[in-house]
Unconditional design. Structure first.
Length: 283
């Protein structure tokens, strides 16, 4: 599945969007939510934290799904893994002040790609970043280099730029623009120059607040603005993890993604989830 597809030629045609669940492997509740949504045909892909404590246990079930599996490059979340790991603010500052150790970044990228291969038996279908670190200066060039030369089969790379913002409140528009402004344009230029494809637009940025009512409102808005080849990022979970600060909102995301309203919005806006099995419906 390449998200960078031609546009639908008429309003009556269904446009394909990539619904991507981040953080597979973070904990059992996250993995359960993603696997349930995969069974319902509500996801296209999931991004794997290779060092996550639940990753190895739940991978056999994930590999039996039809989801694309990407590397969720992690430089900020500590799971006791070796190598570079900084708080997000510190990582951003170091990247923009050119104070990152490029050797440490290179080693971390290489180790995570090697572990992805060891866990899944294949290269990632795509690559993105936990907290969008894949687009930062000092990270993006080393990442593209590690993913292969001219002869390699290239994964697609998440582009956080070109967010669909119409209809959203100012605070969400601002957050989406800040994320994009941290390196999306630079990554896009470099990725395209060496033959990597990317998604057309980006959806799913919000403040992780408000429970089901807020997420329903944002989802309805995102889907009304979605275009062919867009990526919609989500962070669902099924069940509670007391160590996860986002556990309640993750459950709200799961409820909306699995619910009847999601099916209705997709139909109303002539959208289909790329890679989803249309024979499976939510109850």
């Amino acid at each position: 599945m390449n998200p960078d597809r031609p546009r639908a030629s008429s309003a009556s045609e269904y446009r394909r969007i990539v619904v991507c669940a981040d953080d597979f492997g973070m904990n059992a509740a996250v993995d359960a939510g993603i696997l349930r949504l995969a069974d319902l045909g509500r996801l296209s892909a999931t991004s794997l934290l290779v060092d996550g404590p639940a990753a190895q246990r739940d991978l056999p079930t994930l590999l039996d799904t039809r989801l694309q599996i990407g590397l969720h490059l992690n430089l900020t979340e500590s799971f006791g893994q070796p190598g570079l790991c900084l708080p997000l603010k510190s990582l951003i500052q170091a990247a923009y002040l050119r104070r990152l150790s490029l050797d440490q970044v290179r080693d971390s990228i290489g180790r995570q790609l090697d572990r992805f291969q060891a866990l899944t038996g294949r290269r990632p279908d795509y690559v993105d970043g936990h907290q969008h670190v894949h687009q930062l200066p000092g990270v993006r060039d080393l990442l593209l280099a590690a993913l292969g030369g001219d002869d390699a089969v290239k994964p697609w790379i998440r582009d956080t730029g070109r967010p669909r913002l119409a209809g959203l409140p100012w605070r969400l528009r601002l957050k989406a623009r800040v994320i994009a402004g941290l390196g999306a344009a630079g990554l896009r230029r470099r990725a395209r120059a060496v033959g990597f494809s990317q998604n057309s637009g980006f959806l799913g940025v919000y403040d992780f607040k408000g429970g089901i009512p807020a997420y329903e409102a944002w989802m309805s808005c995102w889907l009304s603005r979605a275009r062919d080849g867009d990526v919609l990022m989500c962070h669902p979970a099924w069940g509670v993890d007391p160590q996860d600060a986002l556990t309640s909102q993750r459950q709200a995301e799961y409820a909306v993604l699995a619910g009847a309203s999601m099916a209705r919005w997709l139909a109303d806006h002539h959208l289909t989830i790329a890679g989803a099995d249309p024979r499976k419906e939510s109850s």
